[in-house]
Write a protein that binds this ligand. Sequence first.
Ligand SMILES: [Zn+2]
Length: 496
Amino acid sequence: MNRRELVRRAAIATAGLAATGSPAMVSGLSGWGPPHYAPDQTPPELLLLGGRVVNSDGARDADVRIRGERIVEIGPGLLPGEGARIVESAGLLLMPGGVDPHAHLQGGFADDLTTGTRAAVAGGITTVGTFAYGREGETPVDALDRWLAEVPRTAVGDVFFHVAAWPPTPAFAEMMPDLATRGQPSHKVFMTRRDFGAHRDALIHVLESARDAGVVTLMHCEDAAILADTARRLRETGRTSLAHFAESRPELAEVAATQEAAALCAHTRAPMHLVHLSSARALEAARDPFLGTLPLTIETRPLYLYFSEEWLRGPEGPLYIGQPPLRPASDVEAMWRGLQDGRIDMLATDHAPWTRAQKLDPELDIDRLRPGVSDLRFVRPVLFSEGVQRGRMSLGRYVDVTSTAAAKAFGLYPDRGVIREGSFGDIMVLDPEMIHSVRASDDPSNSDYTPFEGWTLRGWPVMTIRRGEVVYENGEVSGQAGSGRPANRHPREVGQ
Ligand SMILES: [Zn+2]
């Protein structure tokens, strides 16, 4: 019997399995990363045949066998095991599941872990980083534990967390090893906090402790004092409407804070990640040769790649508000160049979903804002179409900036961010020639608009596999709420 015949027979034999969905769920096994099949079952097999496997370091034609949660074999001419589900992948690209380190899926935003990770898997993103915000009286570690427990109850994709504690107390510095032992070695600092300047000595202590524990510090770089004084000037002259939003957050504030963050990174050697970088001068400040090579990674976000400041004007302008604001076209070009030449490591979403009515609420002003947009669903297809198909980046670079770089920076690699034997079966199957028109109604997020409405894309995800389970197929999310798991991470090695 030839290979095609074997494949055909296996497909017939397993048609029933595919139709009835995933194998038996096992309750009581909802710890960190258990398989989704019973221990006495043979792990289900998924065999992707005839696709093109793309990693950040190159592409090749190969079949991929996933058994249970992991990739077990990659190569030409693989034959299906008993009961295998076959995914015919000729003409399709198999890329690592996306890793998005920066999404807001709680705390007043329109999405929770369920809707946010549904949007993610629909967009080929299998692992999402979000924030473990604390409640009154809760320690950062307690907040982290509470959020970790929430994932196997509600999430569809796998989730990791950054704690966000302030001020940077000695007690918080002592918690850094606890973040690492929980597999969640990262925390976020907002330089926009009004009292940021008062706590710089203490922050250095926290950064040193973070460095020693291999904990990454995410930095929101806008200078609090410059922002506050700019807002004061605008208020004094009655210019507080959202029409003045861009003025209220000048580039100077981003450059000054980025310079300080990079200096703190150079001084402490603590691993650092700069979120949502938006301007050419901030990028220069972060990559200043005077500072030498730093353990510093940088993300930008879709808003800064596709939209310049003109979009903030007019009645629909508030729909495009994010922090920092949209910048001039020269900065948009600089973000592309940075992503191409590697000075910017990754494209993160900063997914911050709101409804159209919430964004256009006439009560809002420069002090009361709803910053951000929904991006988990469309970030990868839009970048494929605008980046790869327009010849602005290679396939390998595309995989790097949407998956591999984040997996490496946040301690998830090589479990994630790469298609190789031993890694999780996290795969986005993309049809590079499918023409698709973007509609907000296709976004499982509770946000009801997208900046990309009506864009015609060339290339579209047709299937997402998360730890060996098909969670999105032909436009439908099939992954169940509660099938997601906390994504365990290893600490960043000191000196990296
Ligand atoms: Zn954010």
